[in-house]
Design a protein around this ligand. Structure first.
Ligand code: ARG
Length: 592
């Protein structure tokens, strides 16, 4: 059940072939002039060049081939040799009925499903999540849903940052501040104390970590003694000294509770919540194997893998596998994670949805993985993204200049959403729980759509007023449109009006069906380019097309046959819109 663009494309390609022109030139695109045509093909110009003929002559020959196609109401030549196609009303009606009857709303599945792992979110123990993590979570969640919907077997993994130097910094800071904890940890390191003796560690809270980490990070930068100590502690943790390890387990637990709360509020859900520490047991054998393969080079006490290649435009630094203190580094855990995932899931493709600023890190890790035979070229892919900026054009910070915590961002957006709802007179006469649920959905839609409507590589400016507006190209606008259709359908149902076969006649109906038909093309673009903005754009166009249809075509007051056709169009639009939004990670309330 292919879409009209592809079906007509095949016809035009066949027509090109029939007149001896290269068929691939017959490609069809949506028309630039929707007032004149639905689709167009510009291939006659290129074909003319190849065949040494006049483009209008070629176009005329193609048009003649297509003249008898019953799906077309008109085929015309425009300008220097563009071919304009107008679809017959009956064909549009058929297509509308097909989409209406399809549980997938006109979307295809991939011919060869793959196992795909999406590495996204990437939160860290103790380090507050910043806007980079917000984007990684929003984009990654959408890519996971999109890939799964297209038929791949997909796993989303948070890749929790819990095994690096920041752990040493934090352990040191907590021990300095709380002597009782320090004594306990030190004695446990020596004695390997039993878990019951370590219960006092449970007094360490998330608030402690939030307070201590920024100071510790700053001191680690300024003070070399402090840094050395933190590195030694990191080393001690990685060799699982009992005291450090127990304190670290506590950090991990309190952080995960908070993170799960924030991710849950954003409708983000990982299949795996694995951390860097989960591959700890693979590191020693991996290093031995890398050594045996002759890949490790000694470099001032550290062990590295060189990855620069001939033809590189600039020198890429090596992968630091073991530091001079003997610790595993960020890239080491990434390399071991590739092995771990291979054992657990054997993915055909791993998509790393991480800030563009880590592009070099991934290039280095991927090259090392290929050298080691852990992955094949093209199997690991980093999809970077730009930043969410403040009005100063730099990555967004709070007014005090700090990193914005995800929880604070969510709260801020919710309170703005409540304000907006009240302003618009929405959610009146609702009980507080329902109002809160709606405000939460509006907030999530605002944040996610503001992000996903841009190509991921583009940076954008954080503007809560604009994001939460019910007007313009925003998440709340889309929710409002969807809710409006829901209420229309409820009214129709209350009147006992039924839905029936679609017959397209009005211009606004044609446009709406053509937009519904474009769903699969939007999905496949989003899928191929790993770029959900194509889907966001589709959702927006669909609501606009619906708005025009709603304004131009009376529904409840129309005569029964027309009414039932239009109700089917409305219901189908709603289903496709909700599906598209769901793939963006946005859910629609029942009413507002
Ligand atoms: N935790 C990292 C950070 O905050 C992001 C992790 C991304 N994923 C990965 N496999 N390295 O920067």
């Amino acid at each position: 059940m292919i879409d009209l663009k592809r079906a007509l494309g095949e016809a035009v390609e066949a027509a090109f072939a029939a007149i001896g022109a290269p068929p691939e030139l017959g490609r069809v695109t949506p028309s630039d002039r929707p007032d004149l045509a639905d689709f167009q093909s510009n291939g006659a110009l290129a074909a003319a060049k190849r065949l040494g003929k006049n483009p209008r002559e070629i176009a005329a020959a193609v048009v003649e081939q297509l003249a008898a196609d019953p799906r077309l109401a008109g085929v015309e030549i425009a300008g220097p040799g563009f071919i304009n196609l107008k679809v017959a009303g009956a064909t549009l009606s058929d297509r509308a009925n097909e989409i209406a009857a399809d549980p997938r709303l006109g979307a295809e599945t991939v011919a060869q499903p793959r196992r795909v792992l999406v590495d996204y979110g990437g939160p860290n123990v103790a380090k507050p999540m910043h806007v980079g993590h917000l984007r990684a979570s929003i984009i990654g969640e959408s890519i996971k849903r999109l890939y799964r919907f297209r038929g791949d077997e997909v796993i989303g993994d948070a890749h929790f940052g819990d095994w690096g130097y920041q752990m040493g910094l934090l352990i040191g800071a907590v021990m300095d501040e709380q002597p009782a904890i320090r004594d306990l940890v030190e004695s446990a390191n020596v004695s390997g104390a039993a878990p019951s003796d370590l219960a006092p560690l449970d007094t360490v809270t998330l608030a402690d970590l939030d307070r201590l980490y920024p100071e510790a990070a700053a001191r680690g930068k300024a003070d070399t003694d402090y840094r050395d100590r933190a590195r030694k502690i990191t080393m001690g943790l990685q060799s699982k000294q009992a005291g450090y390890y127990a304190l670290w387990e506590r950090f991990r637990a309190v952080t995960q509770v908070a993170l799960e709360r924030d991710f849950h509020a954003l409708g983000i859900d990982f299949d795996w919540w694995k951390g860097e520490s989960d591959v700890e047991h693979l590191i020693v054998p991996m290093v031995a194997e890398l050594d045996a393969k002759g890949l490790l080079v000694d470099d001032q006490g550290a062990r590295i893998i060189r990855v620069s290649q001939q033809g590189d435009k600039r020198e890429l630094p090596p992968l630091l596998v073991v530091s001079s203190e003997g610790s595993a580094m960020y890239g080491t855990t990434d390399l071991a994670t590739i092995l771990d995932r291979k054992q657990a899931f054997d993915p055909h493709l791993v998509i790393y949805c991480v800030d563009q600023r880590q592009a070099d890190h991934f290039e280095i890790v991927f090259r090392a993985a290929c050298q080691a035979g852990y992955a094949q070229e093209g199997q690991l892919e980093h999809i970077g993204f730009g930043t969410m900026n403040g009005t100063d054009g730099k990555p967004f910070k709070t007014r005090e200049g700090g990193v914005l915590k995800l929880n604070d961002l969510i709260e801020m957006t919710r309170s703005k959403a409540r304000e907006r709802l009240t302003e618009a007179g929405l959610g009146e006469n609702m009980d507080p729980a329902e109002f809160e649920d709606i405000a939460g959905k509006v907030a999530v839609a605002a944040l996610k759509f503001a992000d996903l409507q841009n190509f991921r590589g583009t940076s954008y400016v954080f503007d809560l007023d604009r994001f939460t507006s019910f007007e313009g190209k925003t998440g709340p606008y889309l929710l409002y449109q969807a809710v409006r259709v829901k209420s229309l359908l409820r009214r129709a149902a209350a009147e006992g009006f039924e839905q029936g076969p679609v017959t397209v006649s009005e211009l606004a109906e044609r446009d709406l069906v053509l937009t519904l038909d474009a769903f699969d093309a939007a999905l496949s673009e989003a899928y191929d380019r790993k770029a959900p903005h194509a889907l966001a754009e589709h959702a927006y166009r669909l609501s606009q097309a619906f708005s025009k249809f709603y304004a131009a075509c009376p529904m409840l007051s129309a005569e029964p046959v027309l009414r039932s056709s239009r109700l089917t169009l409305a219901a189908t639009t709603l289903r496709q819109l909700e599906l598209a939004l769901d793939l963006l990670g946005i859910s629609v309330p029942e009413r507002m």
